[in-house]
Design a protein around this ligand. Sequence first.
Ligand code: GLY
Length: 320
Amino acid sequence: LMLVAGVPTASARTFTDPVAAKAEARRLGAPVVVKASGLAAGKGVIIAATLGEAENAIRQMLEGNAFGDAGHEVLVEEHMSGEEISVFALTDGTHVLPMIAAQDHKRIGEHDTGPNTGGMGAYAPVSIATDAIADAAVEGVFLPTLKAMRDAGSAFTGLLYAGLMLTNAGPMVVEFNCRFGDPETEALLPLMASSLLDPMLAIAAGESLAGASPLRWHGGAAVTTVVAAGGYPGAVKSGEPIALPATEPGVIVFHSGTRRSASGALVTAGGRVLAITALGATIAEAQCRSTSHAERVQFAGRQFRRDIGWRELARGARTS
Ligand code: GLY
C-alpha cells in the first residue's frame, strides 16, 4: 500500500524459506532488519548489526518456534538510520487532526541497550519534530496513505499511528498501528488542551473533520516511565504485591499489568506493570519527577529506565 501511495518507507520483502531470506540479507548488507511477520508484542524485530546476527534471527524465526505463528514468515528489510518518533492522527478517512510527536524508548536498558520491549517510556514534545517534519508527516504519509485506503475500498477512520524514522531523506514510515501507542499516549494525553472526545465522537458518528479546529496543547513537557516486572521482556512472575507512593500533583499513575488479588491487594499481572507520567516545565523537570515517583513504587523484581528523554536532554545540553 505504501508503494502504491508513494509513501516513503524502507524496501522490504517477505520470506518463508530461510535460504532465500538469508540471500536477501546478504544482498542488502548489514546492518539489516529482520522482522517476524505477525504480532510479537513489539519483540519480533531484530536490528542485525552483522550478517551473522541476521542469519541467526532468520533461523530462529523460521526454524525455531520462539515467535509462534508470528514467526512462520519473516520480513527482511533495509535498515533506516535516524531517530524514530511516533505521530498519531485522528481521521475521518480523508482529513486528519495530527497530534504532536512523542518518542518511545523500545529497548529494555538505559541508553537504548538490550532487547526490544513494547515500550519502556516516552516523552513529548520532541524538539526535532519541527513544523516542517509535521507537515511532511501529514502531506507525505497520512494523507496519501488514507487516500490509498479509500481507493482500495477500505477507508480507515479512527486513530492512525505512524512510527516515523527521521532520516536524512526526511521522515520514512517504520510501521503503522490502527490504535494509540503505549506508552506514548500516556505522555501525550495529559498535554492535550482541547477535547479528545469531540473529534472521536464526530468520527464515530461518520461526520467530516473538514474545518475542524486543530488540536491544542499545553506548554511544558511530559515524561512517562514504565515500571516493568523482573525478567521483562522475557518471562515474568505475576502476583507480586505492589506498594504505591502517595499521589503527587502533576504525576499520573496508569495501571497496565496490575490486578487485585482475592484478598483485594494490588499485585502485578504482566510485563509492563505501571506507566508513570510526570508533567514539568521542561523535559528535565518532568523526567526527574517521573523517575523519582517510579523509584518509590515497590514490588519484587521491579525494573525501570531512569533515562527516559535522554536524547532530548542531550540535544538541550548540546545547544545550551
Ligand atoms: N509504543 C509502541 C506501540 O505502541 O506500538
